[in-house]
Design a protein around this ligand. Sequence first.
Ligand code: AMP
Ligand code: MG
Length: 689
Amino acid sequence: MSLFDSFAMVDWSGGNDTGPRPRKDAIWACVVRDGAVQALDYLRNRVVAEDWLRDLIDTELSAGRRLMLGFDFPFGYPAGFAKAITGTHDPLALWDWFEDQIEDSLTANNRFDLAGRINMSFGGKGPFWMNGLRRDIAGLPRTKQDYRNPFPDRRAVEHLAKGSFTCWQMAGAGAVGGQVMMGLPVLNRLRHNFAGKIAIWPFQPLDKPVAFVEIWPSLNLGAAPPDRIKDAWQVEQVALTLSRMTDQELDRQLNVSTSEEGWILGVAQDKPNISPPPLRNDCFALPAGVNWTPVDDALALLRDRLRPVTGAEVVPLAQAMGRVLAEDVVAQRSNPPQPNTAVDGYGFAGPATEGAQVMPLTEGRAAAGIPFDSTVPSGHALRILTGAALPEGVDTVILEEDVTVQDGHIAFHGPLKQGANTRRAGEDIAAGEVALTAGRKLTPADMALLSAVGISKVAVRKPLRVAVLSTGDELVEPGETAGVGQIYDANRPMLLSLIDRMGFVPVDLGRVADDRETLRARLDEAATQADVILTSGGASAGDEDHVSTLLREAGAMQEWRIALKPGRPLALGMWSGTPVFGLPGNPVAAKVCTLIFARPALCQMSGQGWAEPQGFEVPAAFEKRKKPGRREYLRARIREGRVEVFHSEGSGRISGLSWAEGLVEIEDGARHIQPGDLVRFIPYGSFGL
Ligand code: AMP
Ligand code: MG
């Protein structure tokens, strides 16, 4: 469920009636739903505005929609004022008090007099200032000369929102003092009228269908386009921006600590904008006392502990191919949007009975995009082409191939069922239904589906960045000369392209020799550049196995002894909060571990959820005896309906990886496979390759 369905933003005014013609410095309000403007209204005075607000809240409540209603004036005064006036720090007590004190009519109100009266109670030199009327008012100075304010000049939020006005200034261009006084009584009446339905942010928890929030459009908006009235344009922009925000982002913005002063939505609080790490430091811990962890247990553990680690952003649909949905997408329009014909033919009101039918043809026709906009009389037929909306009087279509047309009539043989050859509105998907769920990685078919149901923008996860690093003194870069005892780095190009094919963003961190300090520095670098780190080599417990040593030192390493061939050893750990998959150095083992362990884990962290590879049973073209106690993966491919395996199981045989088109998975127990026995084959394609 979305946090809010509708967003209405209001630019308030403390002044008097502004007349019937839309103009600036009046009250302007904009309602946006599903990212589109529903209404942009000029409200000439506060009486009109209050009626408008009451109607809006009523409408949204009866439609069952959640409404965010924003106003561009402070909901609270600087700390201490509420207590001095009402005896309590409760800002809403101040709302009640102002409602009681303010007199408002279309042509005059008592805001300056009230400001003067409040000032007099504090000695007559503040906190309010600037009398905007011609007559003098006792206690309300015209300038700040001799001004004395017993309260803070600004609310905490105003120190962070550059250029904002204080609520003590009662007049002058942009001043909000008058707006607050003339706004709070209106909001207070609404709050009591709709008691139990409205939450006032940030004073109350947002567990009601309507939330009042404080906004300040100038916070993020520049100048309005020359042909627009600034206030109108601003409320529209704020409403659109909020409505297009992901729930996660909106939730983050709404999550501020409460004080009697209130807050401006969108101003980041003092606290740095950080969130707890998505993964726990001990997320790779294995159950104590277990010697060899079965593959399924290891996978279940990863599935249970890993969480999505990427943020969200909104992108145009055209750029969303292959991205992961951050939220459910709800159809904005039905498909088909209206009943239409599935064939070229003749439409009439069905059903048609058994035997020869003759019907007069109505003048005209219906085609896709060109509707026939009158009614087809009963007993008559109309020429109709594939995709055309069914006109009034038509619910059944006969194929043109089955019809004789002559002398303005058609003839065909019945019977024909009512509704034949037509498509019902929404038979595919109805507006309001979830078209695709969060976690979906968008496919070309999804592009068609989302376009058809009226979606032009989607909230997607930021892509998962996966760093790849090779370790080993023996490694040299392809292209360099390799001396005795040296080998070319084969894992890194393979892993980088696996990551790319799986739809993540590969980050190449190069090679490091078996040197602990260099490796430490490179891991530090990786942790700042990527969401996940894949290393290969150095993962066992030997002298030169620095990946495992460093992870162990960092206190967050687990050597996973998984009952798996090929695959041992796998070191899993956290480096500065970033998960590290320490893959074995042997290329075959490195690839198998990436496909079987890293891939589902990466999918989970990217927001797609756990990804189980789909395999199927195929007769074996080979014989193999296997002892119990561990799972085995063989390089394999299908030829003539049977699955064959590579002639060698050696885990350094890279040519076998190229030869193969998938893996045969043999379960943990003992097995004697004879040619013709069914074995499980998982094509590389099932791993997203
Ligand atoms: P290690 O896990 O570091 O003990 O390495 C196991 C085996 O894999 C050794 O024979 C290494 O030379 C080999 N190996 C390690 N990294 C790579 C790599 N990037 N490319 C090819 N072979 C490697
Ligand atoms: Mg090594």
